[in-house]
Every structure is written in structure tokens, then in C-alpha cells.
Design a protein around this ligand. Structure first.
Ligand code: HEM
Ligand SMILES: *[C@@H]1O[C@H](CO)[C@@H](O)[C@H](O)[C@H]1NC(C)=O
Ligand SMILES: *[C@@H]1O[C@H](CO)[C@@H](O)[C@H](O)[C@H]1NC(C)=O
Length: 328
């Protein structure tokens, strides 16, 4: 009799645990992101996102870089809430034409393809903000970088902010080190996070307009490197502004630590890259990451998880957009 009633208690405890777990996975109770948020509601979300990222990156390696950057630009404006994905309408201008984004951010069609695939396996469950976070991780992995478990459970915003996107919260490439540090600190990220996340510039491309002043006017640059870059980036403003050059001159489609090695020899493409190794407080971290790929990978992963945690909408805030380009 005694053993029967203790079995019954155990059974009841199990039921309660299950209910609590279901409530958590629905986001009804927790205001925290977790890796298990879709365990019950959309167990196939990760394979769905991965398959689309994989084919997009196989088609064009640079797309991996573009998807990683989208998550960064999303998170630094209003938090990681999918705000960057909203299209302009007749009554509203979103973030896509903001200075750091206009003619620069890309990958929106791939995000649409991922969203369609995810909607086909579990309609109305997975947010666009989470899709950005998962696609960023999958992109890094596809290009040979480290893997990690992505925390999910973000909701999508009902608004975007052109003015915030233009206010400098996404720092410009003309920044000083202290401006970079301040902008990251304003998002709860450390100077070390800033240096290691800048290592994302081991992949992808920049436009001439983003590095013109550096290659013509700066002195902390290798002369043969600046000549090479000048050959496809005319000095005159407005001429060849969109001509591209790789952020990592040798391996721009491989996620490795070469970005830091190039800084040591004054071959950083952006002003904001080279100032991380220019006789200041961040030099020693650049040296560490240039010598130690494991330290770079480990610290990059930890910083990506912190970046993904910036002010998410959770619980009953925000919505799950049906189409990432507009609110429901
Ligand atoms: C530290 C401050 C940062 C500055 C000043 C900065 C600035 C820039 C600029 C100017 C470009 C080239 C844009 C263009 O010319 O079209 C660029 C590209 C890129 N950025 Fe950053 N960035 C920073 C941090 C980050 C972070 C934290 C990430 C991601 C974790 C990131 C990922 C990328 C990637 C992957 C590209 C290449 C995108 C592509 O090829 O489509 N950046 N960044
Ligand atoms: C964005 O770029 C387009 C050129 O593609 C330009 O016509 C437009 O004026 C730019 N918008 C802003 C706000 O700078
Ligand atoms: C170089 O600096 C001068 C003085 O600030 C500026 O007027 C000029 O536009 C710069 N050149 C380039 C190619 O950016």
C-alpha cells in the first residue's frame, strides 16, 4: 500500500515536470532563451535551416558571410528581434536603407527560403529572429569554423528603427578603438568580445567606399597591399564605390584565424580592423588569436552566444512572423 502511493506521487511529479517542460518550450513561462526551446514544438527546425544554408553557401560561399553579418546588424538595433528583415512600406521605413546597411547587407532571399522551409515543417512556430541566429551559426560551420548550440526562443518585433540603425549603434569602419569598445559595451559586450567578434572579418567582402580613405591616406598599411587594393578602388569619391575586396585577403571563404595574422603585418582592410593592432590595448588579444586558433574559436563561440542574447523579445512580447519581411 505504502509503495503504491509513493508510486502514485512519483507519477504525479512526472506529470508536473512534463507540464512545466511543455510550458517552458512554448515560451509561456520563461523569459530566457534556451537551446531546447523548440524540442517539442519544432524538433526539425535545425535540420531545416541547415539544409537551406548549406545549399545557399554551396552556390555562393560569400553568402555565409552575409548571413553572419545579418544577425550582428539585427542584434545591435533593438536587440535580436528580426527588425532588420522588415521591408519598407508606404507608411514605414525600416532598417534596410540605413547607412550601415544600404547597398551592403544581403541574404534576405535566403532568409525567405529558410522561413518557407521551416513553415512547411512547423507552421507559425519559429521566429525570424531565431532563424537569423541559427543561420549565422550554420554559415560559420559551413565555412569551416566552430560549431555551437544556438539558444532560441526569440520573438519577432512589430517595428524596426531606421533612426537607431543610423545612430552609430552599429559602429562605422572609421571608428576609434574606444568608440568600438563603447558601442559593444552599450550592448553588454566586452572589449574582448569586440576583438574576437571582429574576427568574423575572416570571411566576406567590403565595398571600396568602406576602405578608400584607409588605402589612400593611412600609414599603418603595407605598401604593396595598399597598391593592390587601389587598383580596384579609385581614389575619387563616387567612382567604383561598390567594387569589392576581401576582408581577409587570402582566405575570405574560410573561417580561420588568418584575419589576425594579416593585422600583424598591416594588411587589415578596414580602418576599424587595423586599429585593433596599432600599438594599443587590444594588440595582445590580436597576437593571441593570430597564434592560437583554438583560443579564437572558443572565445568567438562564447561571444556569439552573448551577442545572440541581446535584448530578445520573449514570452508574450512580439510575434512569430509568417513572412519575415512584414508584421502579421
Ligand atoms: C567591430 C565593429 C565592426 C565594424 C566597424 C564592421 C564594419 C564592417 C564593414 C564596413 C563591412 C563592409 C561592408 C560593405 O562595405 O558593404 C563589414 C562586413 C562584414 N562584417 Fe563587419 N563590422 C564590425 C563587426 C562585425 C561583427 C561583430 C560581425 C559578426 C559577428 C561582422 C561580420 C561581418 C561580415 C561577415 C562581413 C562581410 C559581409 C559580406 O560579405 O556580405 N562584423 N563589416
Ligand atoms: C540607398 O542606395 C540607393 C542606391 O542603390 C540610393 O538611391 C539611395 O538614395 C540610398 N538610400 C539612402 C537612404 O542612402
Ligand atoms: C585623404 O584625406 C584628405 C584629407 O582629410 C581628404 O580630403 C581626402 O578625400 C582623402 N582621400 C581619400 C581617397 O579618401
Amino acid at each position: 500500500m505504502a509503495s503504491f502511493s509513493s508510486l502514485k506521487i512519483l507519477f504525479n511529479i512526472n506529470i508536473i515536470c512534463l507540464l512545466v517542460m511543455v510550458a517552458f518550450s512554448m515560451g509561456g513561462v520563461s523569459a530566457q532563451l534556451s537551446t531546447g526551446h523548440y524540442t517539442y514544438s519544432c524538433p526539425k527546425v535545425f535540420e531545416a535551416v541547415e539544409s537551406v544554408v548549406q545549399s545557399a553557401v554551396a552556390k555562393e560561399r560569400r553568402m555565409g558571410a552575409s548571413l553572419l553579418r545579418l544577425h550582428f546588424h539585427d542584434c545591435f538595433v533593438q536587440g535580436c528581434d528580426g527588425s532588420i528583415l522588415l521591408d519598407d512600406t508606404s507608411s514605414f521605413t525600416g532598417e534596410k536603407t540605413a547607412i550601415p546597411n544600404n547597398n551592403s547587407v544581403r541574404g534576405f532571399n535566403v532568409i525567405d527560403d529558410i522561413k518557407s522551409k521551416v513553415e512547411s515543417v512547423c507552421p507559425g512556430v519559429v521566429s525570424c529572429a531565431d532563424i537569423l541566429a541559427i543561420a549565422a551559426r550554420d554559415s560559420v560551420v559551413q565555412l569551416g569554423g566552430p560549431n555551437w548550440d544556438v539558444k532560441v526562443g526569440r520573438k519577432d518585433s512589430l517595428t524596426a528603427s531606421l533612426s537607431a540603425a543610423n545612430s552609430g549603434v552599429i559602429p562605422p569602419p572609421t571608428s576609434t578603438v574606444s568608440n568600438l569598445v563603447n558601442r559593444f559595451q552599450a550592448r553588454g559586450l566586452s572589449a574582448k568580445d569586440m576583438v574576437v567578434l571582429s574576427g568574423a572579418h575572416t570571411i566576406g567582402q567590403a565595398r571600396c567606399t568602406s576602405f578608400r580613405n584607409r588605402i589612400y591616406n593611412e600609414t599603418n598599411i603595407d605598401p604593396s597591399f595598399s597598391r593592390t587594393r587601389q587598383s580596384n578602388c579609385p581614389s575619387r569619391n563616387g567612382v567604383g564605390d561598390n567594387n569589392l575586396a576581401p576582408l581577409d585577403l587570402k582566405t575570405p571563404t574560410t573561417f580561420d584565424n588568418n584575419y589576425y595574422k594579416h593585422l600583424l603585418v598591416k594588411k587589415g582592410l578596414l580602418h576599424s580592423d587595423q586599429i585593433l593592432y596599432n600599438g594599443g590595448s587590444t594588440d595582445s588579444l590580436v597576437e593571441t588569436y593570430s597564434k592560437n586558433p583554438k583560443a579564437f574559436s572558443d572565445d568567438f563561440v562564447a561571444a556569439m552566444i552573448r551577442m545572440g542574447d541581446i535584448s530578445p523579445l520573449t514570452g508574450s512580447n512580439g510575434q512569430i512572423r509568417k513572412n519575415c519581411r512584414r508584421v502579421n
